[in-house]
Design a protein. Structure first.
Length: 454
């Protein structure tokens, strides 16, 4: 398992978190959940471009002379701890770009990554090309169960002209994929800003707007290209920029892709339940619309996304990711999956997320939903022998695939700038952050009700 330690990152003073198939963070508002989420997403998105195995200069020399080289992968096993340590240092330097703020904000920050009981798995194959200036220049290949990485220059004309920093990056990325590709899962994030993004994404081309503003304000003055470049750096945190880009490009891409869950009827059922029978459709020249359910004499309607409910806007990215882009062994990260949903749909959302977990997609969520936590606990308890189980499952519409293994969950409460791990066993998780509120509300209701004077 992979773990992270965060120190002095935004509101987080000191926190440690280990990812599992399902990772949950709960807690009060303004305690740092978003800092944790964005920091981890940023790492999983960028680690392959930052990793450094300290490739020997002899490798570059051999490629220059022969255009071909073999590297023993096992030679790097003993240096894994040092590689991860240096990777942590390098990523910490990039926190300012992840959050799109001044680097002084993270001057005392530290982000560390650890892998518990790392074991090199050579069973996977690797075959990739590395490009520069839109031209394939290197081929990198590893056969199944082989401990050799073979590197070949694709053109004799470029053999001695490939800069060593390009060779270094290509080899490091290949070794990174071999060592950590199964551990650092490819992330997809859905931020809590998704409803606004869905509504305003066409107006959110910040680079265009800033350029127009800069040119307008110049009023004949000489334009400083460096100032223009600096001003064009997005003012949104990188995860939000990713979410904006995904939504902006969705209508062009949605008909080009089908995920391994595209035709899954259970997925459609979950969304139809949450959308009150409606479903998303892509219609040429109209884009993505919500098609309502035909009931009785009431015909179905096509509703443009900008006219749909907040719940419909909030769920669109999730539906599009699952049905069009998702791949096994990825990690889906969602800020508040219950956003804009009725409590009934919190329960359906919990079941949908577990369905994804049971289909080999890891889930990372922050949530304020007591309903979701209670439903996760129900799905854990379904593993037990239960009297009248068939009747109970039928009444509450549970299915065998809803069952959840408690050992696949990691849950935390975010409080006072740190994380406290939640106890989980085969009866569920003890999420006292919600229990305290529920008990206090119940007590106040009783005190008020039974002390009313007629």
């Amino acid at each position: 398992m992979v773990s992270f330690k965060l120190k002095n990152i935004g509101l987080i003073e000191n926190a440690e978190i280990t990812l599992n198939d399902l990772t949950i963070i709960c807690g009060q508002n303004n305690t740092g959940k978003t800092y944790i989420t964005y920091s981890i997403f940023g790492f999983l998105d960028r680690w392959s471009s930052l990793i450094d195995f300290q490739i020997s200069r002899d490798v570059f020399k051999e490629l220059d002379e022969n255009g071909f080289c073999n590297i023993s992968i096992e030679d790097y096993v003993n240096s894994i701890d040092d590689v991860l340590k240096q990777l942590s240092i390098e990523y910490t330097k990039h926190l300012d770009s992840i959050f799109s703020t001044d680097n002084e904000w993270f001057a005392d920050s530290n982000f560390e990554v650890f892998i518990d009981k790392f074991q090199l798995n050579l069973s996977s194959e690797l075959e990739s090309t590395f490009s520069s200036s839109k031209k394939d220049i290197l081929q990198l290949k590893k056969d199944k169960d082989s401990s050799l990485l073979t590197i070949s220059v694709l053109s004799a004309n470029t053999q001695k002209s490939i800069p060593h920093f390009i060779l270094n990056r290509a080899i490091n990325q290949a070794l990174g994929k071999i060592f950590f590709g199964a551990v650092f899962k490819k992330p997809f994030i859905i931020t809590s800003e998704r409803t606004g993004i869905s509504l305003f994404h066409t107006e959110l081309d910040i680079n265009r707007n800033v350029m127009v503003e800069h040119l307008t304000n110049s009023k004949g003055k000489e334009i400083d290209p460096f100032k223009l470049f600096e001003d064009n750096i997005s003012r949104y945190a990188m995860p939000i920029r990713k979410n904006i880009d995904f939504r902006r490009e969705l209508e062009d891409e949605i008909n080009k892709n089908k995920s391994f869950l595209y035709a899954d009827r259970e997925i459609s059922s979950y969304f139809k339940d949450m959308l009150n029978g409606a479903m998303y459709r892509y219609i040429k020249n109209e884009g993505i619309v919500l098609v309502t359910k035909k009931t009785g004499n009431r015909e179905s309607k096509k509703i443009p996304m900008y006219l749909t409910s907040s719940a419909s806007k909030s769920l669109l990215d999730l539906y599009a990711y699952i049905t069009r882009f998702a791949k096994p062994n990825e990690i889906l990260m969602i800020d508040e999956p219950e956003l804009n949903l009725h409590p009934d749909n919190h329960i359906i959302m919990a079941r949908l997320l577990i369905y994804l977990v049971n289909h080999n997609i890891n889930i990372f969520i922050t949530t304020h939903s007591d309903y979701m936590i209670k439903e996760f606990n129900n799905l854990i308890r379904l593993k037990h022998q239960i009297v009248n189980k068939t009747q109970i499952m039928k009444e509450y519409k549970y299915k065998e695939h809803d069952r959840l293994n408690y050992e696949s969950i990691a849950a935390y409460i975010n409080e006072y700038g740190s994380l406290r791990q939640v106890l989980i066993d085969n009866m569920g998780m003890e999420m006292d952050t919600f229990d305290e509120t529920t008990n206090r509300l119940s007590s106040s209701m009783d005190d008020i009700f039974f002390n009313i004077k007629e």
